[in-house]
Design a protein around this ligand. Structure first.
Ligand code: GRF
Length: 214
């Protein structure tokens, strides 16, 4: 692992940042050959910014409404990504749509974590508590988390990793969210590790994971 340079990762966040913390913990334990080189937050109040401060991660609060148009916003984002030599973008609880130009520039190099088993319970408006409420209202017996490539729509890119959790009779949105979050904290760093080990291949729109070298 020490021979390969650490994968330079940018995290995009809007909230508390527990997924960022899970990634950073794996890095600190030398279980993930990556480095969070940049954090983009859509909110100055995001708890994730505190994590960035603690770990000396350069962090910027950026939203489209600070710019004259989407092109100017995209340029600002692209400059930051290029200045920090970012190889992989990780949306970790990011509630804004990523500009088209960034999706194009980071095609197959941008992933998102969603707290359900896509393609169920995804799309605009299905985030946070709303997802778990919808799963419970439908009466699902399992839920889970999905890491997927980012394309031009919300939650529609190809899945890379998925993991199930049981739904229990007495679950509330909060208890289910906590069970799902625990697996998010496993599969998001795991997905980054696959990129760091160059094991992700996208062929005819399908994600293939190459076997680990023995
Ligand atoms: C997670 O549940 C993630 O799946 C969703 O937003 C939440 C972010 O949590 N996209 P955190 O900010 O990482 O704690």
């Amino acid at each position: 692992m020490a021979d390969t340079p650490a994968l330079a990762v940018a995290v995009f966040v809007s909230g508390r940042g527990s997924n960022v913390q899970a990634i950073q913990d794996k890095i600190d334990r030398a279980e993930l050959n990556a480095r969070i080189v940049l954090m983009i937050s859509s909110s100055a109040k995001a708890g994730a910014l505190e994590i960035a401060r603690r770990h000396h991660i350069p962090a910027f609060t950026l939203t489209a409404d600070q710019y004259v148009d989407e092109a100017a916003y995209s340029q600002a984002l692209l400059h930051l990504l290029e200045d920090h030599a970012v190889r992989l973008i990780v949306l970790a609880g990011y509630l804004k749509k990523v500009p088209v130009q960034i999706v194009q520039s980071y095609r197959h190099r941008m992933i998102n974590i969603h707290p359900a088993l896509l393609p169920s319970f995804g799309g605009q408006g299905l985030y946070g508590r709303h997802v778990h409420e919808a799963v419970l209202n439908y009466g699902c017996k399992v839920s889970g988390a999905t890491v997927h490539l980012v394309d031009f729509e919300y939650d529609t890119g190809q899945p890379l990793l998925q993991r199930c959790v049981p739904v229990q009779e007495e679950d509330t949105p909060e208890t289910l969210a906590a069970r799902v979050l625990a697996v998010e904290h496993e599969i998001l760093p795991e997905a980054i590790r696959l990129f760091a080990e160059n094991r992700i291949q996208v062929q005819e729109g399908r994600v293939r994971i190459r076997a680990e070298r023995g």
